[in-house]
Design a protein around this ligand. Structure first.
Ligand SMILES: O=C(O)CCC(=O)N[C@@H](CCC(=O)O)C(=O)O
Ligand SMILES: [Zn+2]
Length: 344
């Protein structure tokens, strides 16, 4: 696959995989007048003739082995380039870490999703840190291109989880620094088949927190299912998400069914447990699913000489990973959201 026939095939994923860390920018336009700007490997910007009212970033492959979201975005990009989908808004697609797609791993040297908000500047440089800096720049130019305060900025960072989850699809709502959560965004997520939302309580160096905090974008990390290799995803399980994303980018406005708290399971982070010692372990097996609750007093994790016990009944585990780098998050725990008044 060469870059020359991208305009015929729409196969930007293959172009991206053939150019792991860098691709010279190039542009072309579609018969319907949409401008296509390839900004780098994995980064493609679509500007329809009428720019609409939304600036939408859809990222996948921030972790290379999370293939279902890559397949969804690949299909959307192909549909747009082939003229089967007609955009109503500006859209920036990002395949975050192409080299990690090729090795079918979460990352090459370092977890890209811990390197945003300037974290890439710290310590010895590597390809993932350089990539994080570039992705920040592409997203910044995309959101800053229009100064109109009425435009709606959106960033959905699409992932799949390493473990099974009791609630198969769930979203991380980045910490909003005191601003209220948006019912309309939750209705969008529900339409994607995501009824479980985790409200974060502190800043992070994730991609979604970057767009949320720097650009006031409605941004989420969305976990659409479980990590599986290409070819092993049951794409019917992602149909609602794909259809809802298609509507989002091709319709001027989308009306979701009326918001109802009863349709959701809302959680708040109770605490974050970091791995600080080589000797870090969980008492539960690798098959323990996300959202498994523990009784007060049950052991949750051991970090060197420190044991962490559940402090409240029902404290539930999310993203347990004993192999993270020292200093990084090895476990989140959540409890049901206590205060449901802070919504608009
Ligand atoms: O299943 C897992 O352990 C990780 C799945 C994943 O990649 N989750 C994201 C969440 C990011 C956030 O907190 O917004 C991550 O860990 O980067
Ligand atoms: Zn991920």
């Amino acid at each position: 696959m060469t870059t020359n026939n991208l305009s015929q095939t729409g196969d930007f994923l293959s172009v991206t995989r053939a150019n792991e860390w860098h691709l010279e920018p190039f542009s072309f336009s579609l018969d319907n007048g949409t401008q296509v700007d390839v900004l780098d490997t994995g980064v493609i910007q679509f500007t329809p003739k009428n720019c609409g009212s939304k600036d939408i970033v859809l990222s996948s492959a921030v972790h290379g082995n999370e293939t279902a979201p890559i397949e969804i975005c690949d299909e959307l990009i192909k549909g747009i380039i082939k003229g089967e989908l007609s955009l109503s808004h500006r859209v920036l697609f990002i395949f975050g870490n192409p080299a990690s797609i090729n090795i079918e791993k979460r990352f090459v040297e370092e977890n890209l999703n811990r390197l945003f908000c300037g974290a890439h500047k710290k310590g010895e440089q590597n390809n993932e840190k350089i990539r994080a800096a570039k992705l920040e720049a592409y997203v910044s130019q995309f959101f800053n291109a229009f100064s109109d305060k009425n435009r709606k900025r959106i960033h959905y960072d699409l992932h799949t989880a390493i473990r099974d989850s009791k609630n198969e699809k769930f979203a991380v709502y980045p910490f909003l620094n005191g601003k209220p959560w948006k019912k309309e965004e939750l209705s969008f997520l529900l339409s994607c088949g995501v009824n479980t939302i985790m409200m974060m309580k502190s800043s992070a160096t994730t991609f979604s927190y970057f767009s949320s905090s720097m650009f006031d974008a409605d941004a989420f990390t969305i976990e659409l299912g479980k990590v599986r290799p290409f070819g092993e995803n049951d794409m019917s399980r992602f149909e609602k998400a794909k259809m809802t994303l298609t509507q989002l980018i091709t319709h001027d406005t989308v009306n979701y069914p009326e918001f109802n708290f009863a349709d959701f399971e809302l959680f708040e982070v109770y605490r974050t447990i970091n791995r600080t010692q080589q000797d870090f372990s969980f008492p539960f097996s690798d098959s323990a699913a996300n959202f498994t609750g523990f009784a007060k007093g049950e052991l949750l994790a051991t970090d060197g000489d420190t044991d962490y016990f559940a402090e409240v009944d029902g404290e539930a585990i999310i993203f347990p990973n004993a192999k993270v780098a020292l200093g990084q998050r090895a476990l989140l725990t959540v409890i049901p959201l206590q205060n449901k008044t802070d919504f608009v």
